[in-house]
Ligand binder design. Structure first.
Ligand code: P5A
Length: 447
């Protein structure tokens, strides 16, 4: 992609109301533009990151056995009257009336709607277990939308819903999502720690938040330090095998949000192992049994022909929040340092003398060589000053940037900068392409 044909409205000034790094960088790097409090337009650069996150989420959902569908953003109030949540949800729900005077709402979540979809078609235990998910915009009229996309009013969520015959089977579904989540975040280059959480308005008695540990996080968590560095389970994990040992390993040690904090249990954790940290909630999973299936009459026949309400759980990932959260986890004073799997492009090319036949030809050849090997390139072919081009590359945070200038070319060399380390190395254009392509290939390999 040539920068001259792309849409990258970067800002030199830091917008006044942006309090944290990710919000500032997203605005300055031309990733998002605010349209109203907590409501953002996704500009091309930001959208590319959002799509990468979605793709990883999707792959790991499918691996765990969940099936994708798409429910609408607007829902009839009648569904929520059936479950009893229409009144209970309060002012966070955006209520709308259509031209016929019917009560509608912009969905803050989809437990009711998925229950309605499943109840007519799923009548027998033979159709279970079932896990359905979608990636769709939600609206919550948050009192204090802030930190950009991290606490928006309109935000993109991946939400999965599980349906089972018994509490034991529902627990298996919960564990599948638990493992899928560990893998999902790890693939984005971060580690999110599962902590015991308060189910809040979703309900139920088993719930974990996945918290990305960062200084600016909104949530406070209390952890046994033994949990912070466990690697994610591998791609060949059999989701139909017994996942209890894996779950046990991740949940045996103390890990709780501030709402669930228990001073007595905390005192039992050896003092040197106690850590209190801040973090960003990037996922939240719930097991709530028959909370919706009972009032909404979603029932199946078991093997003995007995009618029983479906056992359900729901599992959310903050897809748009993750864009900000990943920047909080990976950035320096100049901008984000995107991990390769979620970077908007893998590599930038800076032409120091755009319009010069030699540098133009070298840049174009380099682009072609990289793209032929699956590397996504943003080629800065503009006539802007070199200093401006370098600052812009740092601000958008691509993992690699190759600088091509007449002086280097005379010696047959270009300069490769690795954003994550700041390291710079001179090499022949062919070697640069091979080096970058190899790094990208390795980073995209699913382990
Ligand atoms: C689980 C899926 C639910 O809504 N119902 C369907 C359950 N859970 S949740 O914890 O309330 O939300 C899931 C994730 O969505 C993100 N999130 C937000 N992101 C940006 N702005 C917001 N205002 C916002 N609210 C929730 C979080 O990552 C949360 O874990």
């Amino acid at each position: 992609m040539r920068l001259s044909r792309f849409y990258l409205p970067t800002l030199k000034e830091t917008p006044g109301d942006a309090q944290i790094a990710s919000h500032r960088f997203m605005l300055r790097a031309g990733m998002i533009r605010q349209q109203a409090a907590g409501i953002y337009a996704w500009l091309p650069l930001g959208l590319r990151v959002l799509r990468k996150i979605e793709a990883i989420v999707r792959e790991e959902q499918e691996r765990a056995g969940a099936v994708e569908l798409l429910m609408p953003t607007i829902q009839p109030a009648s569904l929520w009257q059936e479950s009893g949540r229409f009144e209970a949800y309060g002012p966070e729900m955006l209520r709308i009336e259509d031209r016929h005077g019917r009560d509608m709402l912009y969905g803050p979540t989809n437990e009711e709607m998925i229950t309605e979809i499943v109840r007519t078609a799923v009548r027998s235990y033979k159709q279970l277990p079932l896990m359905l998910y979608h990636i769709q915009w939600k609206f919550r009229d948050e009192v204090r939308p802030r930190f950009g996309v991290m606490r928006g009013r309109e935000f993109l969520m991946k939400d999965t819903y599980s349906f089972d015959l018994s509490p034991e089977a529902a627990r298996k579904s919960y564990l599948k999502m638990f493992v899928a989540y560990l893998r999902t975040f790890e693939r984005m280059g971060v580690r999110a720690v599962p902590v015991r959480a308060d189910p809040g308005p979703i309900g139920g008695d088993l719930s974990h938040e996945f918290v990305l540990l960062t200084e600016n996080g909104e949530s406070e968590v209390f952890l046994h330090e033994g949990l912070a560095d466990l690697p994610a389970p591998p791609a060949d994990t059999d989701f139909d095998s017994d996942l209890e040992p894996l779950f046990e390993e991740r949940t045996a040690l103390y890990a709780r949000t501030d709402e669930m904090h228990d001073e007595a249990l905390w005192a039992e954790v050896p003092e040197e192992a106690r850590v209190t940290l801040r973090g960003i909630e990037v996922g939240h999973i719930f097991y709530f049994g028959t909370k919706y299936s009972e009032p909404m009459n979603a029932r199946v026949q078991d093997a003995d022909g007995k009618d029983t309400p479906l056992e359900m759980g729901s599992y959310g990932i903050g897809v748009s929040r993750l864009v900000g959260a990943l920047i909080e986890a990976h950035s320096d004073e100049d901008g984000p340092r995107w991990p390769i799997p979620v970077a908007p492009f893998h590599c930038g090319i800076v032409n120091l003398k755009a319009g010069n036949a030699e540098t133009d030809a070298a840049c174009e050849a380099l682009c072609a060589a990289l793209e032929a090997q699956g590397v996504e390139v943003l080629y800065d072919d503009t006539g802007d000053r070199a200093g401006e081009k370098f600052a812009r590359m740092d601000l958008i945070g691509l993992p690699f940037a190759v600088t091509v200038g007449p002086r280097g070319l005379k010696e047959g060399k270009v300069e490769v900068k690795t954003r994550s380390t700041g390291e710079k190395a001179e090499m022949a254009p062919d070697a640069a392409a091979a080096h970058i392509a190899e790094a990208v290939r390795a980073a995209l390999m699913v382990r």
